[in-house]
Design a protein around this ligand. Sequence first.
Ligand SMILES: Cc1cc2nc3c(=O)[nH]c(=O)nc-3n(C[C@H](O)[C@H](O)[C@H](O)COP(=O)(O)OP(=O)(O)OC[C@H]3O[C@@H](n4cnc5c(N)ncnc54)[C@H](O)[C@@H]3O)c2cc1C
Length: 388
Amino acid sequence: MDFGLNEEQRMLKDLVARFTRDELMPLESKVLEREASGQGAFLTEGEIAKIDGRARELGLCGLDAPKEFDGMDLPTETMIGVQEELARTVTPYTLPPDSPNLRMLMATVNEDQRTRYLDPYARGEKISAIAISEPGAGADPAGMSTRAVRQGGSWVLNGRKIWISRAAAADFTIVMAVTDKEKGARGGITAFIVDKGTKGFNVLRRIPMIGGAFTYELALEDCVVPHENLLGREGYGFSPMQLRLGTRRIQMAAWCIGISERALDMICNYAPQRVTFGAPLSERQAIQWWIADAATRIHACRLMTYHAASKVDAGQDARTEVSMIKAYATEMAWEIVDRAMQAFGAMGMTKELPLQFMANRVRVMRIYEGPTEIHRWVVARNVLGQRG
Ligand SMILES: Cc1cc2nc3c(=O)[nH]c(=O)nc-3n(C[C@H](O)[C@H](O)[C@H](O)COP(=O)(O)OP(=O)(O)OC[C@H]3O[C@@H](n4cnc5c(N)ncnc54)[C@H](O)[C@@H]3O)c2cc1C
């Protein structure tokens, strides 16, 4: 058992750390100003193009994309350090292509869909979204009611979707819909690719979320999708969707480690300087325990995340471990950032420091890709199954 990073992992992590420091950190104050003025936390197209260009020069695009897409096919384990470093800043940037939808597409596309969607997506030329959640079904997606009915060579989709990230900008959206009500999640839910601009695919509103993000509400109104756009096997959209969620959850655990590291760095830099009642904060036991607990929990979380990733890379069932880290990492980061805000006093409440933004970013992570309570439920069910 080796607890250290190998040479390749260490070099890549260092490279991404430098990239984050040189390309992303300098934009942080602009992002914070945009967010504070209510515009949301975003980068302009020009800023993204410049960063993408630099990422390409450094060989940081397609890191975990397969070799057939000119990617490096790096294992999940190696990607943890990459995501950790990127998350140290609040500047929102994803190295293209975004992995979770890539994994889902790779597991499901046919030859024609590969050419039309997967290839350009893997090259970072297309933006995608995924629409699972509905007003009446979120944590329990099996309860979705959006219907897809076959009519000759097409499917007609009707229903509502909500909280969908990137839905307005996406070139295509993977929409999950019920194709057999009786079978439900066991053979009755199917994934469809819906192109931007398809008649009946209506973006109803943009919803401002905390954490500088926006999501969208969609109405599918007699939205006609050709049969060629059915993704994977009819009725079996659920398991590739789970594949996607697993990839995202490991990524999120790594983000939470990066965010927590940043908060801990901030406390450790500030506490020795701030003097109250004649002594620096760093000499107070309360603050020292926050620091000790944060360092201990980050260490535990990192080991757990590497372990979950190694199981995924080995093709083993890691569902329990992935649920453990999704819940643990998001709750951990929430607590560590909150303590950093407390240590900074009123300054921690300002929108000039990134802490409030980090807190909100983590706050939403405790909800999406499955709320904490659901992951604890999954872990408890599996543990009870093994030991009960
Ligand atoms: C920023 C953001 C981006 C998102 N992006 C997308 C996207 O791109 N695509 C998409 O499809 N969805 C997206 N979502 C939606 C997200 O997946 C859902 O919000 C999430 O699954 C929870 O569903 P819900 O909001 O309907 O909560 P509900 O299902 O109503 O649950 C509410 C709360 O009840 C509790 N709860 C529920 N069930 C149980 C249980 N069995 N045991 C104990 N407690 C329980 C939990 O505390 C939970 O938080 C996004 C959400 C956010 C916040």
